[in-house]
Design a protein around this ligand. Structure first.
Ligand code: ADE
Length: 241
């Protein structure tokens, strides 16, 4: 089954962009996923192809019209039935690996990329959009966020990632820890040696060291994730070592 991405955007030429290259590009050519970028402007009904208007209540910027977006959503949903409709906005829930896994396991996704100050609230509610943010920063539009959301989903599709084992071990893998640090040759570089344990050939000790490093990094860098992890361990102490 082909995982279908349908993008609603004012800049369809931004897709597939970098997703046509590398791992995602190869998977695209293999038919493991497909992408259709729909130009929102194509759903405007007036002579000037208007997609936005000034905000009621005043203020800066422009708001995307609900009637135009609703017609665009109707077409996108018809082209990609059963896929959830994600609206990318800094007001959304933060994108995380749990949501990526969920979307990747489904039939695909319809992604609405906003521009201007935003989208009329009524169409967000009428179309039951899932509002998702790429992070606590503001982009000029949803398109770069769409590219990163798709990248994260595509690499989890069956047959896409070379070493499937790395999916569970990587940062934000199933145990929710950051990943341990990596080293390769040379064993000594600019006076810095690779940790001895990694050269020891003791697989159990390597695994123990990596686990300790992953926990230490998570505690130091991401107290929020560490907190979630320790609470999960307290609830279900047997699900991870
Ligand atoms: N559009 C503008 N900023 C964004 C963000 N941080 N995440 C998702 N979409 C956006």
């Amino acid at each position: 089954m082909t995982w279908q991405a349908t993008i609603l955007t004012l800049f369809p030429e931004m897709f597939p962009g970098p997703l046509g290259l590398s791992l995602a590009g190869k998977a695209l050519r293999e038919g493991r996923w497909a992408i259709e970028a729909m130009d929102i402007r194509g759903f405007a009904t007036d002579r000037h192809r208007t997609v936005d208007d000034t905000p009621f209540g005043g203020g800066a910027g422009m708001v995307m019209r609900p009637d135009v977006l609703d017609a665009a959503c109707e077409a996108a949903t018809a082209a990609n039935p059963g896929a959830p409709l994600v609206y990318l906005t800094p007001r959304g829930r933060l994108l995380d690996q749990a949501l990526v896994r969920e979307l990747s396991a489904g039939p695909g996704v319809v992604v609405l990329c906003g521009r201007y100050e935003g989208v009329d609230q009524r169409v967000i509610e009428a179309r039951n959009m899932v509002e998702v943010s790429a992070g606590d920063f503001v982009l000029s539009g949803g398109e770069p966020a769409a590219l990163l959301l798709l990248d994260a989903c595509i690499r989890l599709l069956p047959g896409v990632m070379g070493g499937a084992a790395s999916a569970a071990e990587e940062s934000h893998g199933t145990d929710g820890l950051l990943e341990y640090p990596h080293y390769t040759r040379p064993a000594e570089w600019q006076g810095h040696r690779v940790p001895d344990v990694l050269l020891s050939g003791h697989h159990a000790e390597v695994a123990r060291w990596r686990r300790a490093e992953a926990e230490a990094a998570t505690r130091a860098r991401r107290p929020d994730l560490w907190d979630q992890f320790t609470r999960r361990m307290a609830e279900q102490p047997n699900t991870a070592k």
